[in-house]
Design a protein around this ligand. Structure first.
Ligand code: NAD
Length: 480
């Protein structure tokens, strides 16, 4: 086979592998370059961070640890006697690895069935739409393509006061590999990763302290929802210290001594393990030759326009390596858009309709604007909320905490924000995404028939509440 392609994708994460499959489906001769190698050094590993060391393994641990916590603490009041429930961490990790293996293997199958050529090695973009691929033995080969898609993802940020050592001070990947439950676990950063991984180990019995530098909890989240979530996490025993900036961490006699400062002064804390989750950085190490023509912005993200075009002709970039939220589904959407644009179509990603989820329990999920954003922008709006405490299905499921909140433009009634904290928020938010994508008004949702008894009835009631017409709760706003 010739080494000239219509499309070469560098990176086989949820951005890259989806782009490659879509491009091949559109009749383009496509190759995908991925350097990730199995631990035994023999095989190529597809799927990127999300499938291997991110979304999927963390969700496996979140599901299992939730079941453990539920059976240990919440079964008895429901009449289920499950005495002395024990956790086998080795077995839990085996199951997590099994799920990862199944999914990553699935991508290889999808590449084959769609006719994507998989190339194993490190890809580097050269000038004039050429890609140099270096294999694990250091041998290089150059390929050419009409279009190149950079989808190399991101890596955890390492900060000087707490360098990762892989054993005591770990990043999000290390936190998925503990072989036993740490007695005292410290987490730096109350962001998505800190909260999700802190929750896993807290449910399994660790005493968890989360140190967060900012004063506002989950500042990107609607603050009514964030405050509700914080209250619930604290009730579960997560010790979340706000306004606490970590200044140093040192391992001494198998313990991590952490120094931090807050408004009350300087403090020291001791932990058996420390997870540092202070954000991720775009991964562009040795990706671009000096004459590649691709520019980066001041934060190291590859510079692209609204359609993911870089400044080099025929070179595109998608996912965590470019501006916008670092989310697998955002990367996949960009991958599909770029593949279709290469094929001559003109799709766009609607960046206003990308859902966000924190996979804690309860989950926090949202799409669109927060009340704080509407206020800051001087927009007039109406709000409808409905608590799961008034939802029969949530009560039956012993998950009656949290709420659904819908924000609608005051003039048009168009839904501009949809927020959930509560059971299955990650699934419920899809209703808000669909509604917003179709330009629905709150009244459209209010006039829709929802099955009874379901958690989704809270969406219906919140939509009714926007117009002051909720049935199962006193209305904050009176019907006009
Ligand atoms: N469920 C999901 O969608 C999901 C899951 C995992 C990761 N991600 C994405 O990955 C990226 C990285 O996640 P993350 O949680 O690491 O980053 P984040 O940006 O969400 O949170 C990092 C937090 O660390 C705090 N921090 C920074 N330095 C600190 C210090 N010295 N002391 C105390 N606190 C400090 C910051 O104030 C911030 O709140 C995010 O963009 C996130 O959206 C998403």
């Amino acid at each position: 086979m010739s080494d000239k392609y219509d499309v070469i994708v560098i990176g086989a994460g949820p951005g890259g592998y989806v782009a490659a499959i879509k491009a091949a489906q559109l009749g383009l001769k496509t190759a995908c370059v991925e350097s990730w190698t199995s631990e035994d050094g023999k095989a190529q590993v597809l799927g990127g961070t999300c499938l291997n060391v991110g979304c999927i393994p963390s969700k496996a641990l979140l599901e299992i640890s939730h079941k453990f916590e539920e059976s240990s603490h919440d079964f008895e009041m429901q009449g289920i006697i499950a005495k002395d429930v024990k956790m086998d961490i080795g077995k839990m990790m085996e199951r997590k690895s099994g799920i990862v293996k199944q999914l990553t293997g699935g991508i290889a199958g999808l590449f084959k069935s769609n006719g994507v050529t998989s190339i194993h090695g490190h890809g580097k973009l050269l000038a004039n739409r050429k890609v140099e691929v270096t294999d694990k033995d250091g041998k290089s080969k150059t390929y050419e393509a009409e279009n190149i898609i950079l989808a190399t993802g991101s890596k955890p940020i390492q900060i000087p006061p707490a360098p990762f050592d892989g054993e005591y001070i770990v990043d999000s990947e290390g936190a998925l590999e503990f072989t036993e439950v740490p007695k005292r676990l410290g987490v730096i950063g109350a962001g998505v990763i800190g909260l999700e991984l802190g929750s896993v180990w807290a449910r399994l019995g660790a005493e968890v302290t989360v140190l967060e530098a900012q004063d506002t909890f989950l500042p990107a989240v609607d603050q009514q929802v964030a405050k509700d979530a914080l209250k619930q996490f604290q009730k579960q025993g997560l010790n979340i210290v706000m306004g606490a900036r970590m200044t140093g961490a040192e391992v001494k006699r198998k313990l991590v001594n952490v120094n931090y400062e807050d408004s009350k002064g300087k403090h020291e804390a001791k932990f058996d393990k420390l997870i540092v989750a202070v954000g991720r950085r775009p991964y562009t190490d040795n990706l671009l030759s000096e004459d590649s023509g691709v520019q980066m912005d001041e934060r190291g993200f590859i510079f692209v326009d609204d359609n993911c075009k870089t400044e080099a002709p025929g070179v595109w970039a998608i996912g965590d390596v470019v501006r916008g939220p670092m989310l697998a589904h955002k990367a996949s959407e960009e991958g599909i858009m770029v593949a279709e644009r290469i094929a001559g179509h003109k799709p766009q990603v609607n960046y206003d309709c990308i859902p966000n989820v924190v996979y804690t329990f309860p989950e926090v999920a949202w799409v669109g604007k927060t009340e704080e954003q509407m206020k800051a922008e001087g927009e007039e709006y109406n709000v409808g909320t409905f608590p799961f405490a008034a939802n029969g299905r949530a009560m039956a499921a012993n998950s009656a905490s949290g709420l659904v909140k819908i924000i609608a433009d005051a003039k048009t009634d168009r839904i501009v924000g949809f927020h959930v904290v509560g059971p299955q928020a990650s699934e419920i938010v899809a209703q808000g995404v669909i509604a917003m994508e179709f330009g629905s008004s709150a009244e459209d949702l209010a006039l829709t028939c929802f099955a009874h008894p379901t958690l989704s009835e809270s969406v219906h009631e919140a939509a009714l509440a926007v117009g002051g017409g909720a049935i199962h709760i006193a209305n904050r706003r009176k019907k006009k």
